[in-house]
Structure formats: C-alpha cells, structure tokens
Design a protein around this ligand. Sequence first.
Ligand SMILES: [Zn+2]
Length: 387
Amino acid sequence: MGLTKSTISLLSQELIEEGWLVEVEAEPQPLQARGTGRPPTPLMLDEHRLAFIGVDLGLASATVVATNLVGKILAEHSGPVDIASPAQTCERVAMMVHALLEDPELRRRGVVGLGLGVPGAVDERTGMLRFAPNLGWKGVPLRDLLRDALAGGPAAQLPLYVQNDADVAALGEFEFGEPPVSEPLVFLGLGTGVGAGIVVNDRLLTGAGGFAGEIGHTVLDAQGPRCSCGRRGCAEAFVGLAALVQAVLGQDSAPVTRDPAMLLRSLPASVFATGQAVHDEAIGAALERAGHYIGLLLQNLWAAFDPALIVLGGPTCELGESLLGPARERLAHYAEAAGLQPPLVRQARFGRLAHAVGAAAAVIHYQVRPLSDATQQASSMIAADAG
Ligand SMILES: [Zn+2]
C-alpha cells in the first residue's frame, strides 16, 4: 500500500477504536524466529462489537436481520407488508426495524447502518427506485421515504443504503464468504422476479441507471409470453416463479398472486421431494424445461461476465435438484460444446435469508468503499435527463 509502519499503526488504532478491528494474543514464536524489534500484534475483524441491519423487502413480506461484521445472524424478524403505498410500506418496515432494535444485545453493539434490498432497479447514489415491475413501483424515492419513516426512532440517524435485492445478495456472498472470494461473482436470484447481482473488481456492477444484471428481462424468445415488464419472451416469463407454477400445474393463465411463498404453497408436495422421478411425468417435464431455461441464463451470464463463481438463490431454489439439475446439465452441455471449463455454480450461503443478510453486507461494503464524487455527479446528470 506504500504506507509507513507508523501510518498503518495510526489507521489500525482508529479502526480498533471504532469497533472494526481487535487485537488478539500473538502466538508464541520459537526463539530463532523472533526478530529484534517489537513482536507484531495480530489484528482480526471484531465479531463482538458492531452490528449491521439488513432489510429484504419482498412482494408480500419483509425480513429484517442484524448481523455482525463476519455475517453471523444476531437477530431476525419477518412480517407481512402491503405494497399498495410505498410510504406506508416504509412505515411498516421502520416499525419492524424499531422492534428489532429493542434487543439489548444489539444496543450494546454499535449499529453502523441499515441496508434495504428491493426487487427493482435502484440508483445507489440517491436511493431512488427507478423501476420495480413486480412491486408496480416506478420512480419512488425509497431512501427518503424510509428516512422519514425512521424519524424519531432509534434508527433515525443511521446511514441508509438502498440497492437491488440480487445486488445485495451478491454482496452478502462477497463480504461474508471465506476469503479470498472468487470474482467476478454472480448471484442469480430466482423468484417471482429473476435478476442477477454482479461483483467485479471489488465493486458491484450497477450500470448507468442501476439496471445492470436484470437478466430476467433478457429476451429468450421474441414471440414468447408476455412479461411483467411489458415486453414479450423475457426469461422471467419462462422461469419466473409464477410462470413456473403455471407450467407445473398446467394452467391456462398465470396465477393471480405474485407472493413467492403462496406460489410455492400452491405446488404439490411431491415437487419438493429430493431424488429423481418422484413426481408425475408432466410435472417432471415442466420442471426440466424450466431448468433448461435457467441453464440458458447461466450460459448467457457466463458469456457476458466470465464469472469465477455463480451463486443460485431465491425461493425458486426450494424446488431443488429436479429444477437445478437440468440447469447445471445445460450449462455443462454448452461448456463441453465449446471445449471450456464452466464456472463453479453453487447455492446461496444464507438460503432464504440471502437478500436480508446481503442488505446488511451492503452496509459494510459501502462504508468501506464510499461512492466517489465523480460517480455522484454523473448520476445526478442521468437523473436530470430522466426528468
Ligand atoms: Zn421482462
């Protein structure tokens, strides 16, 4: 880093005082290995002091978690939300956050900030939600609304970070993974919506308007079924959870609900059984077909970003290997055809809490890597253009 020893000492002292680092006992060294100077003091990330709050805002429910600096979940709370009005949704989320903060253990720790993951494209600099087709929200100043809702409570002064849910889930894998974490890292979120979060060169790839990674709206078939975004033949219209449930149940029209928990509950129990061929042929074929489409998405993500690691997450993953097996097969098939080694594909470390834990990880990520002024200016210019 080109810094002197005394500068490093000074900086680490500051990080120790703030609660990020802790000095630990040095392992006793054999006599011949000792140098002439003062013995070095090992520093570790401090697991016992700071806390980070993450909120996963879903289509019918929200989940709030608190984690420590290395991703251990300290507290968790879920509840239903009504998405009819963004301001009321934020008030409900604020109530859940305040309830979580009543935990004396969290209060003893210093809470550093709050991250919010949402199923839509977000401008991370302004906290403006640009477009969330499944919520039916467009141009919502989400960070400001949440700030208003938190006013007067214990979280009123906390730094707030709003980001796309697949993006924060990617940060959860990146910040809380065993170092060194492979990158580029792609998190593919499979639920009612389908989206990817991409970490490359130590940063999220968000795009000019926050739309990067909206892989669910890449078109797989120009003549395909209508998608939530208004286009035809998007990936989401084939492998989004509503489309998948429709295919498995053999219905003519899409289910009325978009709530992923309700969608999963509408499926026969045999679908979730592990092992092959436990369900009937038509269901097996529908899952396999959807799995192959997910394989197509994996192939496209591979071609676009050459990731070292692809993480699969989201409620749809509860369908297990009868869906994900064919997806991996399809990717392996493409790899073989090109004579290349496919990227590593594995399931999300935090399972159904991937978004909420990721939102807590986003606080760490942005605290350690503040957004620069240059990008801030570029962003406000884009915002001005968009009116
Ligand atoms: Zn679409």
